[in-house]
Design a protein around this ligand. Structure first.
Ligand code: PMT
Length: 232
C-alpha cells in the first residue's frame, strides 16, 4: 500500500555523528553509527522519493545499504560546520529535511595544527575550551519555505519518572520543528543498536505515533507521520 507514496518528493536526511577535531590525530565524537539515518534514507528512496543523504561519520558497512540505492545521493560531512553547510545547501530544494545525525553541540576552540603532547607540568588534568556550534535544526526551521517540512530527532536520557513524550514536547516547541522523533538513549539503547523506539510528536507537542522495532520499521513510521501532515 505504501509503495511509492513519497514519489515526487525531494528529501534530505542527515545521519551519523559529527566529529570535532582537537588536533591532527584526535577528535570529540559520539556513538552514532548512522544506522537510523541510513534506514530513513533507504526507506524514503524505496517509497519513491529523491534522497540526499548527508553522512557525518558513518562506517562503510552501514553506508552500503544507501550506496546500493540509485535514488540516494550521498554527501559526506565531517564536522558540524561541514554538516551545516551541506544540509543548508541541500535544503534549498528539499520538500522534507530529517535531522537524524547526532550533532556536536560544541567544537574545540583553537584546534592545534600539531599533535598535542603530554604536559610535563605538575598538573594531571587538562582543560579543553569549547565553543558552541550552530544549531542546524533550529536554523532550518527559521528559514523554512512554505510547505517545507522539517523533522528533528531528540536523543534523550530522561530521569526516572520523567516522560520521553514531555521532553519531546518541550524540544519541538523550542526548536519549532514540524515533527520531532524522540528516542531514549543509553549505554545499550538508541546509538549503534539495530532496534529503536520513538515517540513522535507534532509541532503542537501532541504524540502522533510511538513506533518500535528495527530502525527500518521505525523509519517507515516517521515517513508515515510526514505524509500525514504533508500538503502538496
Ligand atoms: O546513528 P544510530 O547509531 O543509528 O543512532 C540513532 C540516533 C540515536 C543518533 C538518532 O536516532 C538520533 O536520535 N539522532 C539525533 C541525535 C541528537 O543529536 O539529538 P539532540 O537531542 O542532541 O539534538 C536534537 C536535534 O537537533 C537533532 O535532530 C539534531 O540532529 C539537531 N541538532 C543538534 C545540535 C546541533 N548543533 N544542530 C542540530 O541540528
Amino acid at each position: 500500500v505504501r509503495r511509492h507514496d513519497l514519489m515526487g518528493l525531494s528529501v534530505v536526511v542527515s545521519a551519523g555523528g559529527t566529529r570535532e577535531p582537537i588536533d591532527p590525530v584526535r577528535f570529540i565524537g559520539n556513538r552514532s553509527s548512522g544506522k537510523q539515518g541510513v534506514a530513513l534514507a533507504v526507506a524514503a528512496a524505496e517509497r519513491g522519493a529523491d534522497v540526499i543523504l548527508i553522512a557525518a561519520h558513518v562506517d562503510a558497512e552501514v553506508l552500503a545499504d544507501a550506496l546500493a540505492h540509485p535514488a540516494v545521493r550521498i554527501e559526506r560531512a565531517g564536522t558540524t560546520d561541514d554538516l551545516a553547510d551541506a544540509v543548508q545547501t541541500a535544503a534549498v530544494s528539499a520538500d522534507v529535511v530529517v535531522m537524524a545525525a547526532a550533532v556536536a553541540d560544541y567544537r574545540v576552540a583553537g584546534i592545534s595544527d600539531r599533535k598535542i603532547t603530554k604536559d610535563s607540568a605538575e598538573s594531571t588534568t587538562r582543560t579543553l575550551e569549547l565553543v558552541e556550534n550552530v544549531d542546524i535544526l533550529a536554523a532550518l526551521c527559521r528559514q523554512r519555505r512554505p510547505g517545507q517540512l522539517i523533522v528533528g530527532f531528540a536523543a534523550e536520557t530522561p530521569a526516572e519518572g520523567e516522560s520521553l513524550a514531555e521532553r519531546a514536547r518541550r524540544k519541538v516547541l523550542r526548536k519549532d520543528a514540524d515533527l520531532l522523533a524522540a528516542n531514549e538513549v543509553g549505554w545499550t539503547q538508541g546509538f549503534e543498536a539495530d532496534e529503536n523506539a520513538l515517540v513522535i510528536v507534532d509541532r503542537a507537542g501532541d504524540v502522533v505515533a510511538e513506533p518500535h522495532g528495527t530502525k527500518r520499521e521505525v523509519a517507515e513510521a516517521v515517513w508515515d507521520a510526514v505524509l500525514s501532515i504533508h500538503t502538496p
